[in-house]
Design a protein around this ligand. Sequence first.
Ligand code: SAM
Length: 292
Amino acid sequence: MASPMRSLFSDPERYLQSFRLFLANSTEHQCMQEFMERQLPAVIGSIGNGKSAINILSVGGGAGEIDLLILSKVQARYPGVTINNHVIEPSADQIFKYKEHVAAASNLENIKFIWHEETAYEYESRMSAENKSKRWDFIHMIQMLYYVKDVSATIQYFHSLLEEQAKLLIILVSGTSGWEALWKKYGSSFPLDDLCSYVSSADIKRILDSSGLKCQLHELPSHMDITSCFIEGNKDGEMLLDFLTETCEFSKTAPPELKRQVIEELRKPECSQERDGKVLFNNNLSVVVIEP
Ligand SMILES: C[S@@+](CC[C@H](N)C(=O)[O-])C[C@H]1O[C@@H](n2cnc3c(N)ncnc32)[C@H](O)[C@@H]1O
């Protein structure tokens, strides 16, 4: 008998492996890099005005690739100003990689790094137990809101920590992406646990509107090459299917009918486009910028 489906998060090693494969097969980081180059300078244009030090909080900073890019833009806008960069990141493995990236980078002289190995919620609980409410000039949450229990409460908590001219930047999948189409249709068939939920920019917009918070939205076109998912037995394809469905060993454990339907869905125009013999999954992202 086939083993039951289980969440990809029950196997942190496989999750990280599939996440790295996703990065290698998608324009996820490239489109973020483009945003950081072209549009971030305007977003951070006034966060450090008149300050001798700028405090940045990265929530779910991962291995730090995008964080370092953000820091280089803050440095360029405020040359010579001290930057205190705190990172909330529950994965020891990701923090280890982040430190390696910092060690390999140059021009970080005026930046102090502090890592907090904990979840966003653990950080909030620790701060309230210690009676602390440190304020920040820039807070970002990039591709991590899927992993918090209460998205609305998390946004509201971190928003409450903003200084007067600060910004809160969120990046997550767009409501127009293939993720939205796949998950709205099949999300309830995937073995989600309380470690991961599906949320898109459409949900964030609703949450912000109901909390009376104003935001600016930017759409970032992005795709993931999922051609290998259609080759039976292909190891990379199986790993990407795990990432798409957040299911450990989806190919081996999903009921055959669900597997057939998901494979069929992934080819549909709501999810993907075919170009030059490749199947490109719509991985469009949204950047949401919120003011105090
Ligand atoms: C998809 S990765 C994104 C990493 C990075 N921001 C990027 O865009 O490359 C999500 C990150 O959020 C972290 N994470 C998971 N649950 C979290 C939580 N409850 N609070 C904070 N971070 C969390 C994971 O360990 C992982 O490093």
